[in-house]
Design a protein around this ligand. Structure first.
Ligand code: PMP
Length: 387
């Protein structure tokens, strides 16, 4: 029997599935995988349901239905002042995951170097490698997760084709500052590289921190692909509707990857997403405000139990140091331990590292859950660790 592809075949099952499986087995409160309890705005779901029953359920255009592409362009203008031609500069995908895959497959040539920032979302490196790219990793250091500017500058060279950056950042909940992004932009321009920006948490920043797309910096409009997702913006992670905004020349090769991978995606969910992106500003600020309150609830409770709780500036997540609780194993041991013994699940942060010597004493908890779920998790952890 021959073997399948060795790059992808070498990876273990994703930690999110592993921990969610363990959570089901032990009936634990799952604060591992980041999916909200909130069902999403009713008008958005209703629009998708109506479209499913009365709309056109055959292949939509390859770039996405015109209404959604127009809504993505309007959203870019409304929130970030970006002028976008919906006909040539917007593409709809099956989730941000496909968008990321399309960007990497479409832009990387075998042997190209790709700069990435650790800790990082788990789909990045396998696709970069499958596309023949050579990852150049730059690591943010806790607890501040500040950008190490010299190291980042040193990661760029004549072979650099692309930078992949995620802000707000999963798992460490960092929101890159204007100064950091200006520095990143200068490097991209200086070395003439593409930037792929995973901005799925663009509407989930806290304490008044702005989300600033890298695409808005000088010299970046023509070299950046900016990715959003209905999953995070409308609390419907199962929909898997992503959207890419990029200059027409950048989008062309990305579109080719999309053409051969999925070609298109469910029109009813595209329609619902278009309705969502056109909602009043109050919806978007309310989403962040509600999530911030949940962050505060969980962070306060975890700190009271004795976790070292790190700052969370955005996303669904808070990172904790479990050493103050007296636990001496690895982060994977810890996440298994609390799943089985306390019946609460988190995910180990080391799963978000590709390089050697990842930190092994942090666990990520997600707070996009009902208050009663968060309280139950806290109660269980408190009972377990106060024994
Ligand atoms: N990027 C990041 C940083 C994410 O956290 C996620 C979802 N967990 C994705 C991409 C994938 O988004 P989607 O579900 O739209 O594919």
């Amino acid at each position: 029997m021959k073997h399948g592809n060795s790059v992808l075949g070498g990876y273990a099952d994703t930690i999110f599935d592993v921990m969610s499986g363990l959570a089901r087995q032990h009936q634990s409160v799952n604060l591992g995988q980041g999916f909200p309890d909130d069902p999403g705005p009713e008008d958005v779901r209703r629009a998708a349901a109506d479209y499913l029953m009365t709309g056109h359920n055959q292949y939509p255009p390859m770039l996405g239905i015109p209404d959604l592409r127009q809504a993505v362009a309007e959203h870019n203008k409304r929130f970030y002042g970006l002028e976008v031609d919906w006909q040539t500069e917007v593409m709809v995908t099956s989730g941000a995951t496909e968008a990321l895959g399309d960007c990497l497959l479409g832009l990387i040539e075998p042997g190209d170097e790709v700069v990435l920032i650790e800790p990082l979302y788990d789909s990045y490196i396998p696709i970069v490698r499958r596309a023949g790219g050579i990852p150049k990793l730059v690591r943010l250091k806790p607890p501040a997760w500040d950008l190490p500017r010299e190291e980042l500058a040193a990661a760029f060279g004549p072979k650099t084709k692309l930078l992949l950056i995620n802000s707000p950042m999963n798992p460490c909940s960092k929101v890159f500052t204007r100064e950091e992004l200006a520095f990143v932009a200068e490097l991209c321009v200086k070395h003439d590289v593409f930037a792929v920006c995973d901005e799925v948490y663009e509407h989930l920043t806290f304490d008044g921190r702005p989300h600033i797309p890298l695409m808005t910096f000088p010299g970046m409009r023509e070299r950046t692909a900016r990715i959003g997702s209905s999953g995070k913006t409308f609390s419907v992670t199962g929909w898997k509707i992503g959207y890419v905004t990029a200059a027409a020349e950048v989008l062309k090769p990305i579109l080719k990857a999309h053409q051969f991978v999925t070609f298109t995606t469910a029109p009813s969910l595209q329609w619902g997403t278009a309705v969502g992106l056109r909602k009043d500003i109050g919806y978007f600020t309310g989403l962040a405000r509600d999530m911030q309150a949940k962050r505060d609830r969980l962070a306060k409770g975890l700190a009271e139990i004795g976790f070292g709780v790190m700052e969370s500036h955005g996303t669904y997540f808070v990172t904790t140091d479990f050493r103050p609780l007296g636990f001496n194993g690895t982060d994977e041991d810890f996440c298994r331990h609390i799943t089985v013994e306390a019946k609460v699940t988190a995910v180990p942060i080391s799963a978000f590292y590709a390089g050697p010597d990842a930190p092994r004493h942090f666990a990520r908890f997600c707070f996009c859950k009902n208050d009663s779920t968060l309280d139950l998790a806290l109660e269980r952890l408190a009972r377990h660790f106060r024994r």
